[in-house]
Design a protein around this ligand. Structure first.
Ligand code: UT7
Length: 330
């Protein structure tokens, strides 16, 4: 039997430096008008050298723990969704564990690109089902700009850095938070080439003295990814609603992965959910990959866009391909 799971606290952190479309006009042949019309993005945050994946995760985790009324020592597991960890080894989760002043926890990274948060939440749900006393910190933190080719206008205008965090435990009467009603995930490796970061992997290794090539950075066939993102987020959302017998009118908020305003709006239209119920912050942060969903969830709670009692449909899509959806009652 599935243990029911609750998000007890949420947190976020973004780098201080804000880069506008006008700033990018000085780097590549682009315009504010093109970026806003095609993506809805106006600004993004870009990390400096000290704002690493684990540093942003640490700050977001602090907020989430405060909201949960817990101390770091209370945590039993640390799961980090990222593809831009501080290092290949040690994992972002082990670096974060150390920064939290902890030892002897279970710490692991989850690689699912932009779907990293929902994939990590599913891991947390599994851990809680296996060990109901678990208190799991799930972070999604990305320094996407460390894998951004600033000479490629088709990608560099899209990405930003940031982190979100959630503390999850088994549900119990009287607890405040977001109850995860159900979660559905999927993937299709045959389409992996459409969105990739290959350089530095064991199939595309670097040798001492090699120059860093384009394959070191995120590469994307935007148009194709766009179509799959809309199709798959819509389909998995419909499957999740159907299997829980939830009607779209019962939803208070739709919170999609923040990759592109046109994708967000298209998913909303296909699910027939009115725009005023759809949460958007891609205009200020760009696409922050795995961090996008917890950043959006935290902001939506902090601003009151998601209210107590609201039923929220979250959906995500990313490289791999990976995608998913979750139903959460706050
Ligand atoms: O997070 C994981 C999921 N990722 C996504 O969901 C991203 C999905 N894809 C997209 O969001 C969109 O496909 C993009 C925003 C990346 C691109 O929008 P598009 O409407 O699909 O444009 P396009 O790639 O077809 O390019 C249209 C034109 C091209 O010029 P030509 O060939 O028509 O002359 C591009 O060279 O726009 C040109 N272009 C630009 N122009 C000015 C591409 N990037 C830029 C740019 N500024 N930054």
């Amino acid at each position: 039997m599935k243990a029911q799971c609750i998000i007890r606290g949420l947190g976020l952190k973004v780098p201080k430096k804000v880069v506008s479309n006008a700033d990018l006009e000085k780097l590549v042949e682009t315009s504010d008008e093109w970026i806003v019309t095609r993506t809805g993005i106006r600004t993004r945050c870009v990390a400096n050298a000290s704002e690493t994946c684990s540093e942003l995760a640490l700050a977001a985790a602090g907020q989430a723990l405060d909201q949960a009324g817990m101390a770091a020592e209370d945590l039993t597991h640390i799961v980090v969704g990222t593809f831009s960890a501080d290092y290949v080894i040690p994992s972002a989760a082990c670096v974060l564990e150390h920064k939290l002043g902890l030892k002897n926890r279970v710490a692991l990274d989850v690689s699912a690109a932009c779907s990293g948060f929902l994939y990590s939440v599913e891991v947390a749900r599994g851990l809680i089902a296996l060990h109901p006393e678990s208190r799991v910190l799930v972070c999604a933190s990305e320094i996407l700009t460390s894998r951004t080719n600033w000479e490629d206008r088709s990608t560099c205008v899209l990405f930003g850095d940031g982190a979100g965090a959630a503390v999850l435990t088994a549900d119990a009467p009287g607890l405040a938070g977001g109850r995860i009603i159900d979660l559905l995930l999927a993937s299709d490796g045959s389409l992996g080439d459409l969105l990739s970061v290959k350089g530095g992997g064991s199939a595309a290794p670097y040798r001492l003295g090699d120059r860093v090539g384009e394959e070191f950075f995120a590469q994307m066939m935007g148009r194709e990814v766009y179509k799959h993102a809309v199709r798959n987020m819509t389909a998995i959302s419909q499957d999740l609603l159907a299997r829980n017998r939830v009607h779209k009118d019962d939803l208070d908020v739709l919170l999609p992965h923040q990759a592109n305003l046109r994708i967000i709006e298209a998913v909303g239209r296909k699910l027939d959910i009115p725009p005023e119920k759809v949460f958007v912050n891609v205009d200020r942060y760009g696409n922050t990959s795995a961090a996008s969903v917890p950043l959006a969830l935290t902001e939506a709670r902090q601003t009151g866009f998601i209210k107590d009692g609201d039923l929220v449909l979250v959906t995500t899509f990313g490289g791999g391909f990976t995608w998913g959806a979750a139903l959460i009652r706050f």
